[in-house]
Design a protein around this ligand. Structure first.
Ligand code: GN1
Ligand code: MG
Length: 382
């Protein structure tokens, strides 16, 4: 367990130049701010995130400063538009419904009224409120955390089901298009940009053996049995802040909000929440899918969404964890083959380690598939 904002466990040593730059960006949002402390928050694989603490007019304030990776989010204006629409709607729904526990993430405008600032190097920055009293975990430590995580993402999805103004913008095309992700892997293997293809034959065989299982959600979207909803698309357990009592407090990381399937969101939640070790654990003996955490998680999710789910969504709920874990394993493996150009890495073969953990989880879910199905079916009969 670790305190405060998700993904904020480790501090990096930071150069004085970077500190100076961060302070100067922060004052674009809070001109009166006297920065006292800036620390880097580790955990995300794409953006760079910092905790800023300082005095404004004699009072301490904390917030989160983030540099968006514009090689990944190539249309940051659209990302921010999606976020603004979702935040506004969430705030309204939460005001109207006293039973909802989660609070929305708040972004601060810069001095010119826009919700971002572009510096002289062309970097894209934004500032969020620091959620006080929250903590996050990288995988669930107990069934309550799993339940609360499922319920948080379920509530989030439910509250967004009637957002006005039509579909959100697609900011990363084909983000959860599993067939496309497989093609990207095959291409990376063929190109072998980093000269690593020969050493991952075993992992490629693993992927080919499962290639046929990956289209079920895409097929459902095509034939209309699975509706496209407003989805979060990065529903790792560490994107939920829990409060001191372990109750859900806030869903964070709105960057990949897009139209998508609810099954992707539950799937990613299963991938992270039910895993018995870290996403990049090197000792694979420590990794399996914990069935009691799975039960807690889907129970929480279904309690918030059962009135809106379609029959096909209910049918595939037991399987979506397997699907998304496989997809993300494929993405890590492809990036390893491409020479680690997408996900940030901190050690040799980091993406390969991450891919192997995902594949171990897939195997563990395959072994427990009957039990997972039984649990999900039981929930809809209650
Ligand atoms: C990335 O950077 P972070 O941790 O928010 C990735 C997700 C992956 C995740 C794997 C835009 O999210 O899709 O599931 O890593 N985000 C993007 O941990 O690709
Ligand atoms: Mg993310």
């Amino acid at each position: 367990m670790r305190p405060l904002y998700a993904k904020m466990n480790n501090m990096f040593l930071m150069s004085e130049i970077l500190k100076w730059r961060l302070k100067s960006v922060a004052t674009q949002f809070e001109p009166a701010l006297k920065v006292e402390e800036v620390t880097r928050l580790k955990g995300g694989h794409i953006n760079s995130t910092y905790h800023v603490r300082g005095m404004i007019n004699g009072r301490y304030d904390d917030f989160v400063l983030q540099r968006l990776n514009t090689s990944v989010f190539t249309e940051p204006g659209k990302v921010m538009d999606n976020i603004r629409r979702v935040s506004t709607h969430l705030k309204k729904k939460i005001r109207e419904n006293k039973n909802v526990r989660i609070i929305p993430l708040e972004f601060r405008p810069a001095s010119d009224g826009r919700y971002f600032f572009i510096d002289d190097k062309g970097e894209f920055w934004r500032v969020m409120e620091y959620v006080k009293g929250g903590f996050s975990v990288d995988h669930a430590e107990n069934v309550t955390q799993a339940y609360e995580t499922g319920k948080a993402f379920g509530e989030f999805q439910y509250l967004l089901s009637d957002i006005p103004g039509g579909p959100l913008a697609i900011t990363i095309p084909r983000f959860h298009d599993t067939a496309f992700r497989f093609e990207q892997l095959e291409e990376a293997f063929k190109n072998d940009a980093a000269g690593r293809a020969a050493s991952i034959k075993k992992e490629m065989d693993f992927c080919y053996a499962r290639k046929d299982s990956i289209n079920c959600v895409l097929d459902g979207i095509k034939d209309g049995s699975i509706p496209e909803r407003v989805t979060h698309n990065d529903t790792k357990i560490n994107n939920v802040l829990l409060d001191a009592n372990g109750k859900r407090l806030c869903v964070i990381d709105y960057d990949t909000l897009m139209p998508g399937s609810s099954l992707y969101d539950v799937g990613d939640c299963v991938r992270s929440t039910t895993r018995t070790g870290d996403e990049d654990e090197r000792d694979l003996d420590k990794i399996r899918m914990d069935i009691s955490l799975f039960e807690g998680l889907v129970r929480g999710y279904v309690s918030a969404t059962k009135d809106v789910l379609s029959e096909r969504e209910k049918e595939l709920l037991y399987f979506c964890g397997n699907l998304i874990t496989f997809e993300i394993g494929i993405r890590f493996l492809a990036d390893h083959l491409n020479g680690d150009v997408y996900f940030q890495t901190e050690r040799e073969n980091h993406n390969l380690d991450r891919a192997r953990v995902q594949f171990k989880m897939v195997e563990s879910m395959e072994e427990q598939e009957d039990e997972m199905r039984r649990i999900v079916d039981g929930l809809f009969k209650e």
